[in-house]
Design a protein around this ligand. Structure first.
Ligand SMILES: [Zn+2]
Length: 359
């Protein structure tokens, strides 16, 4: 288990306040669902929360006893239970980490057996299921039985990108705790400290990471990936017609379809490409209303130009088309078909607008 970086949690004020209130009240729900994008601190928060529940530092004891809903400087990270949890050796903290694979029923059955035993050292047993939507339907049903009749002195913490990724029957039995994308400033600070890179380099990588520390760290690890990301964004920018928004005649359909075909060949990169496209469209929309945070700050002049020439209805229709494409991909529809349909819908959104609002 990696040591949770508590700096990560500084941006998650709501989550921290909620967890502090649970600790202070002494009445924990049976299950929590941490949801937010990858790299927003869910795993660190789960580990830190397990530590705070068991921490023997005077401040932690006092906080739990006095009902102070604060969580500053806690857990201590230094007492025996904190250290055991950090090293992954605390017998009452159980972590299920499929590492990108599916979570099978055998694993959940084993967890349920462990949870039925009394805690060895702590006041309660805490099970953390990372990336819970990776559970097979059978595994999810086995877990549901535990959630319907939770053993005493247990706390389950599930993590997911979105609440809706989990079976509704599971999600409805968990108390929601939402995690926001991290701020660029926070990511840059952590990058500088962890990777020893310059403030400028850290700021550039932080802007590319869209609120995810894990993505920022991956980019910092591989300059080639960072350059590839920049290039990919340029291609997407132009494929979406954002570079010539005033032309009003989008590129020929054949060109768009060739782009779709080329993109479908590198299957692993498709989700990232769609995410980049979504962030560019979102930024253009945000600039139209002159409000909110822009992700692609380095492109702000180009995006501003695009926002002056593209009607918000078009952007909205295009963003919906991207969402549909993302949904179809997770449903295992053929990537090439998904991308072709997307390219057609992106163009249709412009044409539709032209018909309804002729110049
Ligand atoms: Zn401690």
């Amino acid at each position: 288990m990696i040591k949770p970086d508590l700096d990560l949690l500084k941006d998650q004020k709501l989550a921290r306040r909620l967890m502090g209130a649970f600790l202070a009240s002494g009445r924990l729900p049976h299950a929590l669902l941490f949801s937010g994008i990858g790299g927003s601190g869910k795993k660190a928060a789960a580990v830190a929360f397990a530590m705070a529940c068991n921490c023997r530092a005077a401040e932690a004891k006092e906080m739990r006893a006095s009902g102070k809903a604060l969580w500053n400087g806690l857990p201590c990270g230094d007492c025996a239970p904190c250290r055991k949890i950090l090293s992954g050796n605390h017998p009452d903290i159980l972590v299920v980490d499929a590492g990108g694979n599916t979570i099978k029923i055998e694993r959940i059955r084993r967890l349920c057996q462990d949870l039925s035993l009394k805690p060895y050292e702590g006041d309660r047993r805490i099970a953390v299921i990372l990336d819970a939507p990776r559970m097979t339907p059978e595994a999810a049903n086995a877990l549901l039985k535990v959630l319907e009749e939770p053993p005493p002195e247990t706390l389950l913490i599930l993590t997911a990108t979105q609440r809706s990724d989990l079976l509704p029957t599971l999600a409805s039995r968990c108390h929601p705790v939402n995690f926001h994308p991290l701020s660029e400033g926070r990511i840059a600070t952590i990058l500088e400290r962890r990777c020893g890179i310059s403030a400028d380099a850290a700021a550039t990588l932080a802007a590319m990471a869209h609120g995810s520390l894990s993505r920022a760290l991956a980019l910092a690890d591989s300059p080639a990936d960072a350059a590839e990301w920049q290039h990919r964004r340029e291609v997407v920018f132009s494929a979406a017609g954002l570079d010539h928004p005033d032309a009003r005649i989008s590129q020929p359909l054949t060109v768009a379809l060739v782009f779709a075909e080329r993109l479908s060949l590198e299957k692993a990169g498709i989700p990232e490409t769609l995410e980049i496209l979504q962030s560019l469209l979102r930024d253009t929309m945000v600039l139209h209303w002159r409000s909110g945070h822009v992700f692609n700050k380095d492109l702000i002049e180009k995006l501003q130009y695009a926002s002056q020439h593209i009607h918000p209805d078009v952007l909205l229709a295009q963003m919906t088309a991207v969402q549909h494409a993302e949904r179809d991909l997770t449903a295992n529809v053929n990537p090439r078909l998904v991308l072709e349909k997307l390219m057609i819908e992106l163009r249709d959104a412009c044409d539709e607008k032209d018909r309804r609002h002729p110049l």
